[in-house]
Unconditional design. Structure first.
Ligand SMILES: *Cc1c(COP(=O)(O)O)cnc(C)c1O
Length: 369
């Protein structure tokens, strides 16, 4: 029984007729950038996220970059961002000309807190980018209140948090922008790169739409300098099909996570993920903290269970940020997570039986059968 970390071919086979039909219709339509199908997806996604505007773009890294540009953030500005995440949030700050200021995460929830952010705010601070990591939302309302108090923009990176919410408030709808990735392995994945921004501010939405299309809404309009970052028609059509399945796929992830939690709670060498009160955690990743990680990973691999590490290194400790001269003591939680986190397979294509098999293998490794 081979248990792979993702199984996108299997997912395709489940929805093959719908996908094949929509791809055919795009090919026969002969129009591949923009158009009605992109608009249809944007409307569908904003409806599901309970927000006013959705702007399809090339990928989430672009989405984050465009949101900083639209908010006027650049040279001389500081932007606060998590030390523990994927590198995109830090990269785009530098790309916009500003300086990334890293903040450590809460060890229980892997997300940043308003208290930690507050300590990093100074007169140069212009914005905060938070990440709803692994599918769990950060304490967005408290962070939003802090941002308002200091006149800072707030961007929510929701690349791992499609349909996540806190007290029924959808991820991405509290900040000025929510950025989503539709990278193939994300909870909602295209067949290539894709992403979007959501926002309740109509003016910001219009600005991003222009920035993503050479400064204009049509081909010959250039009100400002922008770039080219658009959502392909083919990807939009595929995403519209998959969007219908997203709620059911999300429920399956949550069900798998609960099965892991029920079956691994007695294993003392392993710390299970915790969910903040009121949060709907959508388990983009099911991340445990473990003792003897490399041994466990090798053992599971020998039992045909594929696991991954998100992430082997905290962002400030990557060679790309050597110039900031950070030491492990600057971000002690992230420094420790590097050695402890392990992501178990949790994709919706898995069966309950397969999850139980993974649990059994983990228990047999730790000798707690
Ligand atoms: C995947 C991911 C991104 C980048 O998404 P792309 O669409 O590949 O640019 C950014 N932030 C987080 C937290 C991610 O998981």
């Amino acid at each position: 029984m081979k248990i792979s970390f993702a199984n996108l071919a299997n997912q395709y086979l489940q929805i093959k007729p719908e996908i094949d039909e929509t791809i055919q219709s795009v090919l026969l339509g002969g129009s591949f950038v923009g158009g009605e199908l992109v608009q249809q997806f944007e409307e569908g996604f904003s409806k599901l996220c309970n927000t006013k505007n959705c702007i399809g773009v090339g990928n989430a890294t672009d989405a984050l970059f465009l949101s900083l540009k639209a908010l006027g953030i650049g040279l001389g500005d500081e932007v606060i961002t998590p030390a523990w995440s994927w590198i995109s949030t830090a990269e785009v700050i530098s790309l916009a000309g500003a300086k990334p200021i890293f903040v450590d995460v809460n060890p229980d929830f892997f997300t940043v807190t308003s208290e930690a952010i507050k300590k990093k705010i100074n007169t140069k601070t212009k914005a905060v980018i938070i990440v709803h990591l692994y599918g769990q939302v950060a304490e967005t309302l408290a962070i939003k209140a802090l941002c308002d108090q200091h006149n800072l923009s707030l961007i929510e990176d929701c690349s791992q948090a499609h349909l996540s919410s806190e007290n029924d408030v959808m991820a991405g709808t509290i900040g000025d922008f929510g950025a989503f990735s539709f990278y193939p392995t994300k909870n909602l994945g295209a067949y290539g790169d894709a992403g979007c921004l959501i926002t309740n501010h109509d003016e910001l939405a219009m600005k991003v739409r222009r920035l993503a299309n050479h400064g204009g809404l049509s081909k010959d309009e250039h009100l400002m300098e922008g770039t080219n970052s658009r959502l392909d028609t083919l990807q939009a059509a595929i995403l519209s099909v998959k969007l219908k399945h997203l709620p059911a796929w999300t429920d399956l992830r949550i069900k798998h996570a609960q099965l892991y939690i029920n079956n691994l709670s007695g294993v003392t060498d392993l710390e299970l993920p915790k969910t903040r009160n009121g949060v709907k955690h959508t388990f983009h990743q099911f991340v445990v903290k473990v003792q003897r990680r490399s041994e466990l990973q090798l053992y599971l691999n020998s039992k045909e269970v594929e696991t991954l590490i998100h992430y082997p290194k905290a962002i400030p400790f990557e060679p790309a940020y050597n110039y900031l001269n950070h030491i492990e003591l600057d971000f002690p939680v992230s420094a420790q997570l590097q050695n402890e986190v392990l992501s178990l397979p949790v994709h919706p294509e898995l069966s309950g039986e397969q999850i139980l098999y993974v649990c059994d293998m983990i228990k047999s490794f730790y000798g707690s059968n």
